[in-house]
Write a protein that binds this ligand. Structure first.
Ligand SMILES: [Zn+2]
Length: 233
């Protein structure tokens, strides 16, 4: 990763999304000395099939799991914006919350999900698409322009220009990141999401198969892939 990228913010919909889509890349960036933080839009309060679980308990459990996973990867901070799971909307409130996170963390690179619906239904979960759309609108123009959200400027959150965006992407990706040396950390971080995993061996098999498939064209044992937007050279 280029020198001009020092600070990275991963903006996703749910606790565990960062690890699934970019855990190996995050671990690699941290090993390269980059400062990586997370901003998670929803509280994940519907991600359970356990009829005895309450949404409130689940929020606490998933925040804890996410903090553990972030620690495994070396992520410095985790912001939970707390919007309800499966009900994320692109509103002034959600755009202002993400703009505030960008202005606070001041990332050179933003890693987001895929804003488009694809045939991969899990990856194109409604919250993922909405979160990615919000994040892109915050990169340009909302985090950049001082007159967007005057209340943020009043809080001392100065405008910020993100230089590049990686969007999690599997079909014809622009960027293939070799995660052969960090896939074990990715799996260890994923394993922290205990409430979300019924069969860790099965999950590991799927993650390794997908990683191998994404790396094949470049001769990498395992990879993660992204679409790439350069805003400022
Ligand atoms: Zn998700």
């Amino acid at each position: 990763m280029a020198e001009r990228i020092q600070r990275v913010l991963v903006v996703t919909a749910h606790p565990d999304d960062s690890e699934f889509g970019a855990g190996g890349t995050v671990a690699k960036l941290v090993k390269e000395g980059k400062h990586v933080s997370y901003c998670i839009l929803t509280n994940g309060n519907k991600g359970s099939s356990d009829r005895t679980m309450t949404p409130e308990q689940l929020v606490t459990i998933r925040e804890e799991e996410q903090r553990n996973a972030a620690r495994v990867l070396g992520v410095e901070a985790v912001d939970f914006l707390g919007f309800p799971d499966c009900e994320l909307e692109d509103t002034r409130e959600s755009r202002m919350a993400v703009t505030a996170a960008i202005r606070r963390h001041r990332p050179d690179l933003l890693i987001i999900q895929n804003p488009n619906r694809s045939k991969l239904l899990g990856a194109s979960h409604r919250d993922h698409r909405v979160a990615a759309g919000i994040a892109l609108d915050c990169v340009y123009p909302l985090a950049r322009d001082h007159m967007a959200f005057p209340e943020l400027l009043a809080q001392g959150l100065e405008p910020h220009k993100v230089k590049e965006v990686y969007s999690m992407w599997w079909e014809n990706p622009d960027v293939t990141v070799d995660i052969s040396e960090t896939i074990d950390l990715k799996l260890k971080a994923l394993a922290c999401h205990v409430s979300q995993i019924k069969d860790m061996a099965g999950l590991e098999k799927r993650i390794r198969e997908r990683g191998a498939e994404l790396g094949k064209a470049n001769g990498y044992a395992y990879a993660e892939t992204f679409d790439h937007i350069v805003i400022e050279r």
